[in-house]
Design a protein. Structure first.
Length: 194
């Protein structure tokens, strides 16, 4: 199925999730992710500020602050589809930009280079078990990840993980996908199939 149709079909499924299920699943994913972070040596973690129906990252960010992690979030530059990550210390350092997205205010925050980021939480709408993803269509993350060598993880509801997705040559897979009830070790799945 073409990417746009897959994206639209999954968006419909996600927006149909009721509030209680959404909250419970997001909390379970948060707990799984925080256990994963605790077992890693990542000190600087990049992730987006979520909006429904994405997995809720607000609670994750608060918990990361509580355990002394650096939290960096992306500022997108539509003219060349690039991203720069800035450290936020509180939610007041965010500003609302195009399409109602929340991004860091560069005047209030410090930029981090790709080499300073230990772990990136890569957003998407649909994922294959091998870690390939269909994002929101901008290509920002694929461009950024082309120059990034650290750990990559995606947070997703189980229904977002399918057997296979359409890929392009520039699509870069993530290492792991954390859902409410399991972790997909995508890198190992890819290596097994090679």
């Amino acid at each position: 199925m073409p990417k746009i149709l897959t994206r639209n079909a999954m968006r419909e499924k996600l927006t149909a999730i009721d509030e209680i299920t959404y909250t419970n699943y997001s909390k379970q994913i948060e707990e799984q992710f925080l256990r994963y972070v605790a077992a890693s040596d990542a000190s600087t973690i990049a992730l987006t500020i979520s909006s429904f129906p994405e997995v809720n990252t607000w609670g994750i960010i608060k918990q990361l602050w509580n355990i002394g992690k650096n939290v960096v979030v992306p500022k997108c530059k539509p003219s060349d589809k690039s991203m720069t990550f800035y450290q936020i210390l509180n939610f007041d350092q965010l500003e609302r930009v195009y399409m109602h997205l929340l991004e860091p205010n560069p005047q209030l925050t410090k930029a981090f280079t790709p080499q300073e980021i230990d772990l990136i939480v890569v957003p998407g709408i649909v994922y294959s078990e091998k870690g390939y993803r269909i994002g929101y269509g901008g290509g920002y993350y694929d461009r950024f990840l082309a120059n990034y060598n650290g750990d990559t993880v995606s947070l997703a509801f189980k229904i977002q993980v399918v057997e296979d997705v359409e890929t392009d040559v520039f699509d870069l897979p993530v290492d792991k996908i954390i859902t409410q009830n399991e972790i997909f070790f995508c890198k190992q799945i890819r290596e097994k199939d090679e």
